[in-house]
Write a protein that binds this ligand. Structure first.
Ligand SMILES: Cc1cc2nc3c(=O)[nH]c(=O)nc-3n(C[C@H](O)[C@H](O)[C@H](O)COP(=O)(O)OP(=O)(O)OC[C@H]3O[C@@H](n4cnc5c(N)ncnc54)[C@H](O)[C@@H]3O)c2cc1C
Length: 352
């Protein structure tokens, strides 16, 4: 059995930031990632202002040019607009002030697969790829972790941190054990399709257009450009046939804006439980989207990096000084939870 002080499940932004905080404190940490990196992630791939600041604060760096889209590098906040039939465009806010502070408004358009790999490398922590966590057993002193794929089948650690995203297996296991008593507000599906862009029609070059059209889905739909492709994103309650929604959306874009799409390139999809924040139990912690941290209509990378880093700090402090890591995490991330509440109050995620 392989042993580490801390094992992090997931090499996304939350896992990488958590690992970075632990490495800074000299803690022996291993990331277990189910996929081979760089891996695709269903995401629009826009680094909002707060994310850019957090990268400098925690990683001492800006995202490098190599992870940016080559042509469509920047999305300006003022070019993100909601379109309504009959009334046209209004400004759409993806990011709001936090603790009275506003953020840069030149958003970086990146490829998530390249960005996430860069961030994991930048954490300095070892990452075992193609290692899928399937279960764990926690005692008051340690956690044993069962894993499928490369490397060991069983690990032991003092803290296990679930940074495994919106469909977190760590959270699911805690729920099945009766530890997580939160109730998800809804279960939603999100689907993205990339098409070669032949003509933008009347859509603004470099812009990002948001729609709340019930015939497409219960959630917002949106389009923006990524290196010669138009990315169509649709969402709805679990069970909605989102491939059909993409077809409805394509027709609306053609009829109302004269958009001409060429060959399909690829699809991405994911499901999310919209559950309230939950930080874990005993030696098993949750962070990032697994803990419920995602702002507004899906600005999640900043919430993942910020909560991931603070979670790592809390675990490092508990390892060094003793004390309850989860209480420390709740204390040091109170402002993140407060911002999440502010975002939830403003959300118009579901058109119900
Ligand atoms: C359609 C869509 C568009 C979005 N667009 C944006 C955007 O433009 N900007 C923005 O800021 N946010 C965006 N978000 C939100 C953002 O993608 C997420 O909130 C963010 O990725 C969460 O980071 P995370 O590290 O918590 O989880 P993830 O990024 O989901 O990372 C989790 C990692 O854990 C791994 N994993 C999962 N299960 C296991 C397991 N059992 N064992 C080992 N590894 C495992 C996964 O492979 C993955 O690498 C978008 C979300 C969606 C759905």
């Amino acid at each position: 059995m392989e042993e580490h002080d801390v094992i992090i499940v997931g090499g996304g932004p939350a896992g990488a930031a958590c690992a970075k905080a632990l490495k800074n404190e000299g803690v022996d940490v291993l990331i277990l990632e189910k996929d081979k990196l760089p891996r695709y992630k269903c995401c629009s791939g826009v680094l909002f202002g707060q994310t850019q600041e957090l990268l400098r604060q925690y990683f001492g760096a800006d995202a490098p040019a190599s992870v940016y889209c080559t042509n469509d590098k920047i999305v300006e906040a003022e070019d993100i607009r909601e379109w309504r039939r009959g009334s046209g465009y209004t400004r759409y806010l993806w990011e709001i002030d936090k603790d009275g502070k506003s953020f840069p408004t030149h958003y970086q358009n990146i490829w998530r697969n390249l960005f996430d790999k860069w961030l994991v490398d930048k954490s300095g922590a070892p990452c075992r790829e193609e290692a899928r966590v399937k279960g764990f057993n926690a005692t008051s002193d340690y956690v044993t972790v069962q894993v499928d794929g490369s490397g060991a089948n069983e690990y032991r650690c003092k803290y296990l941190i679930g940074a495994d995203g919106g469909a977190s297996v760590v959270r699911r296991i805690l729920k099945a054990a009766g530890k997580d008593k939160t109730q998800a507000a809804a279960s939603v599906s999100i689907f993205q399709s990339y098409f070669k862009l032949e003509s933008l029609g009347t859509l603004k070059k470099g812009g990002w257009t948001v729609f709340f059209e019930p015939e497409i889905g219960e959630m917002l739909s949106c389009v923006h450009q990524k290196d010669g492709y138009l990315l169509l994103c649709v969402g709805g309650f679990k069970g909605r046939k989102l491939r059909e929604s993409v077809e409805v959306f394509k027709k609306l874009l053609a009829d109302e804006f004269g958009v001409k799409l060429g060959a399909w390139w690829r699809d991405e999809g994911c499901q999310m439980e919209l559950a309230p924040p939950y930080h874990g139990d005993g030696r098993v912690m949750l962070t990032g989207e697994a803990a419920g941290y995602i702002y507004l209509n899906g600005e999640g990378i900043s919430a993942a990096i910020d909560s991931g880093y603070r979670c790592g700090k809390a675990a490092a402090t508990a390892l060094r000084n003793g004390g309850d890591a989860i209480s420390l995490f709740c204390e040091n991330s109170a402002d993140i939870a407060k911002h999440l509440e502010k975002c939830i109050a403003q959300i118009h995620f579901l058109s119900v």
